[in-house]
Design a protein around this ligand. Structure first.
Ligand SMILES: C[S@@+](CC[C@H](N)C(=O)[O-])C[C@H]1O[C@@H](n2cnc3c(N)ncnc32)[C@H](O)[C@@H]1O
Length: 216
């Protein structure tokens, strides 16, 4: 289920208005997605469309952007008004009807990791079903490293971001758990991206960046 904290505590409060594409999305698309006519992409949890703008510039013929926050969707609609190539879908992506063999690229930049573990498993099945033969999934999920080591599954964290005691639903994974979760995909690249800030306060932030395909 979509965590409504994204709407009420983030976008409605004008937070996480990500304007620019994520660098890893740009470099990975450039490396793996061969430019050809009729490319179709799906952006899961597109936020306000920072990566959608990039995919459009890259030359995708159709982009489906799904987002569960009404405020973010309103911003998306304003931004891509009159753009026939971009379809904005206001929906919990757990309820999306994934069409078989439809996408050349499915992007999950930090979105499914904010869902319940049982939902993440079924979304990954749906993604697998919905990728074309040579289609790619680019996914970024939280790593259990550092301060997140002891956090239980389906916990509410990032109370510093929501600035209340509720926090955001998030799941953090070890490498073993990632390999298990993605066992039905062929993993092209699995990279651990860790950043350690020392000042003003020590902070360790780490993700698993995964590039994978449907198994043949
Ligand atoms: C960390 S933000 C990432 C936004 C954007 N992908 C980016 O790269 O900047 C996660 C996004 O996923 C959306 N999201 C999370 N779970 C969702 C769900 N079940 N259905 C629809 N959107 C969801 C949130 O509303 C939020 O916009």
């Amino acid at each position: 289920m979509f965590d409504q904290a994204w709407e009420k505590l983030i976008y409605k409060k004008n937070k996480q208005i990500n304007k620019y594409p994520y660098d890893w999305v740009v470099s990975s698309t450039n490396k793996y997605i061969l430019k050809k006519p009729n490319l179709i992409a799906l952006d899961l949890g597109s936020g306000i469309g920072n990566n959608v703008s990039f995919l459009y510039d890259y030359g995708f013929k159709k982009i489906h952007a799904i987002e569960g926050s009404k405020t973010a969707v309103n911003l998306l609609k304003k931004k891509f008004k009159n753009n026939k190539k971009i379809k904005i879908i206001y929906k919990d992506f757990n309820l999306y009807n994934f069409k078989y063999y439809n996408y050349d690229l499915i992007l999950d930049r930090g979105s499914i990791t904010h869902n319940k573990i049982e939902n993440i498993k079924s979304i990954l099945n749906n993604i697998n079903h919905s990728l074309k033969k040579n289609g790619y999934l680019f996914s970024v999920l939280f790593n259990k490293k550092g301060e997140f080591k002891k956090i239980k599954k389906n916990s509410y964290t990032f109370k510093n971001v929501t600035q209340n005691n509720r926090g955001l639903l998030a799941n953090f994974f070890s490498k073993k758990e990632i390999l298990q979760l993605f066992k039905n995909f062929y993993i092209v690249d699995l990279t651990e991206v860790t950043s350690i800030s020392y000042l003003p306060k020590k902070k360790v932030f780490s993700t698993w960046n995964i590039i994978c395909k449907k198994k043949r």
